[in-house]
Design a protein around this ligand. Structure first.
Ligand code: FE2
Ligand code: FE2
Length: 435
């Protein structure tokens, strides 16, 4: 086809005009992107974060020990929007990253939880069963198009076997700012700890989701790899001075966050339970409510204990070392049971001090060759109380003002307890023999 000169001149003009417009628009877009990139760079937002800006991936992923830790493992997590068909996957760990060997996909239990006036989140839990003892597994949680990373855990051994665990007192306040480093120091000191044990007051206001956000920030990925054993303190309940009767109950954010054993007294599920771990019976108590029922249950559970070691956890101390505190009710109720069954160690929090008794029996120091119980109080967070001297004669060590973590090793008939400060330096230690 032949085009006239006049027509071809007009076409050329339109062509150059379009080219100019295209150039101007692309310059404007590039400039806008460059300005945004610079702004993001200034605020520290990486390309990865930009990609995940509106992401609703699994978060607050946490492993909990079950009542059969050599053959099962519980995991809990949450998302900001309801996940379609949430699942958990587990596979044997081999040299290849394929993770196809014995890959299993299991269903989860979901729960919608209110965290604000119009704000809801979704918690999920799954229990991996039929696992082999003393074996490393890989797992992930999520949905078809939105999975967590693969994490790993190791099941407990079937029989008595040396192991270590980390024990931590109340984090409670300034958790992101001041507890992150104590958790990291604990992980650095004992990265191979089989689990961590917390004795309550994880946060200051257990009904405030933003405080739980801080807790999981401070944890980082540790609970994705190291199972946690936890019990509630008084800050996971409303203040008893103001709330009584039916209104006094565990805050609703506790149970959705964890998948803990339900083998304790009725009505205290996931707050009172026992776990047998490689020759030790761990008994976790709830010092906030139904104490008489717990005492009866404790007596029975300890009478049936086939293991050589017994360690109990409770938030409120039996021999308090904080000024203005003394809980004689707990002492009268629990000490005779601890004595009767020769509980080796009682791990406590609440007082925001550090103290460790001598080996005790019947409220006094036990004889050299007598069986007895050591009561410890520790604190991991930055809140401290003054110590009182009331029980000074019973204490091998008593002080305040230090954030601490403890590593406890059990090797057949020997228990080694070590307490460390944030620098990772040894602060206190003792050994117990079980003959
Ligand atoms: Fe407390
Ligand atoms: Fe506390």
């Amino acid at each position: 086809m032949r085009i006239s000169n006049k027509k071809s001149g007009t076409c050329l003009k339109i062509f150059f005009l379009c080219l100019f417009l295209l150039f101007t628009v692309s310059c404007a877009v590039s400039e806008k992107q460059a300005v945004k990139k610079q702004a993001d760079a200034r605020s520290g937002i990486s390309a990865y974060t930009q990609y995940h800006r509106n992401d609703c991936s699994p978060e607050r992923i946490i492993l909990n020990l079950t009542e059969t830790p050599s053959k099962s493992q519980a995991v809990t997590w949450r998302t900001c929007a309801k996940a379609k068909d949430p699942k958990a996957q587990i596979a044997s760990v081999a040299d290849s990253p394929a993770l196809k060997e014995n890959l299993r996909t299991i269903n989860t239990v979901s729960e919608k939880v209110r965290v604000g006036k119009e704000k809801f989140v979704y918690h999920y839990s799954a229990v991996f069963k039929n696992l082999k003892p003393n074996t490393i597994y890989a797992y992930r949680v999520g949905t078809g198009d939105n999975w967590s990373e693969w994490n790993q855990f190791k099941t407990a051994g079937k029989n008595h076997k040396p192991f270590k665990f980390v024990y931590l007192g109340d984090p409670q306040e300034n958790v992101k700012s001041m507890c992150s480093r104590i958790f990291r120091a604990a992980y650095k000191k004992a990265p191979d700890a089989n689990f961590w044990l917390f004795v309550g007051d994880l946060v200051d206001n257990g009904d405030k989701d933003e405080e739980w956000t801080e807790l999981f920030y401070a944890f980082g990925w540790i609970p994705r790899m190291t199972p946690m054993m936890l019990l509630p303190g008084n800050h996971e309940y409303p203040d008893k001075r103001h709330v009584q009767g039916k209104a006094f109950k565990l805050f609703q954010l506790w149970r959705p966050h964890f998948t803990l054993p339900e083998n304790g007294p009725r009505g205290l599920e996931e707050t009172v339970y026992f776990i047998d771990y490689q020759g030790v019976r761990f008994v976790m108590l709830n010092g906030n409510e139904k104490l008489e029922e717990q005492a009866k249950w404790l007596d029975r559970i300890l009478a049936e204990n086939p293991h050589p070691w017994t360690i109990a956890g409770i938030h409120q101390p039996v021999y308090s070392t904080a000024k203005y505190r003394n809980d004689s009710k707990l002492q009268n109720l629990l000490v005779p049971i601890f004595d009767k069954h020769s509980v080796d160690l009682v791990l406590q929090g609440h007082d925001h001090t550090y103290s460790r008794t001598y080996k005790m029996k019947g409220g006094v120091r036990a004889g050299k060759n007598e069986k007895g119980t050591v009561y410890v109080i520790s604190v991991s967070g930055p809140k401290f109380y003054q110590v009182k001297t009331h029980y000074k004669g019973l204490m091998a060590k008593m002080e305040t003002g230090r954030q601490l973590f403890q590593v406890i090793h059990i090797d057949h008939d020997c228990l080694l307890y070590e307490s460390f400060d944030v620098k990772g330096e040894l602060y206190d230690s003792f050994t117990l023999k079980n003959n």
